[in-house]
Design a protein around this ligand. Structure first.
Ligand SMILES: [Zn+2]
Length: 146
């Protein structure tokens, strides 16, 4: 079902603040903790479970699950630098994101329901919040909201 929202901000026409405010107003990935029925519903139908069609050749999920956690909406536009900077960014961000996703995989296997605050998670991964958000914003192949 396709839904359209009147006066929704438009990527590349609206400001980042307008887009973030709109998304933050209508969307969350938080598991409800006050409504047991809603919590059960979310946990049963709003979680990705890997299927046999998920794995790519490198073993990762073709749908990019698990998605990396963020504590605010990030508008990722991909790398915008020249070739030399791009190569450095690629190595730096790849290593950083590999470290984060490996820790996330381990963490989700151990306890998927009890979520660490992002600051604690990044501390365990030994990654600064600013570097993490920067890595997320440049490692996409196309514009994407996190
Ligand atoms: Zn999957």
């Amino acid at each position: 079902m396709l839904l359209c929202i009147t006066d929704a901000p438009v990527l590349d026409s609206s400001t980042d603040l307008q887009i973030r405010s709109f998304v933050d107003c209508y969307q969350t990935c938080r598991v409800p903790d006050k409504d047991d029925e809603l919590r059960t519903l979310v946990m049963n139908v709003q979680k990705h479970t890997h299927s046999k069609s998920c794995p790519l050749q490198d073993g990762s999920c073709r749908f990019s699950f698990p998605h990396v956690p963020v504590d605010r909406t990030i508008i990722a536009r991909g790398a915008t630098s020249g070739p030399t900077e791009l190569l450095m960014e690629y190595h730096l961000t790849s290593n950083l994101m590999r470290k984060v996703t490996q820790l996330l995989d381990i963490y989700l296997q151990e306890d998927a329901e009890n979520v660490l605050p992002l600051t604690d998670f990044l501390k365990q991964a030994d990654v600064s919040h600013d570097m993490y958000e920067w890595a997320i914003s440049v490692t996409v192949n196309r514009k994407k909201l996190f």
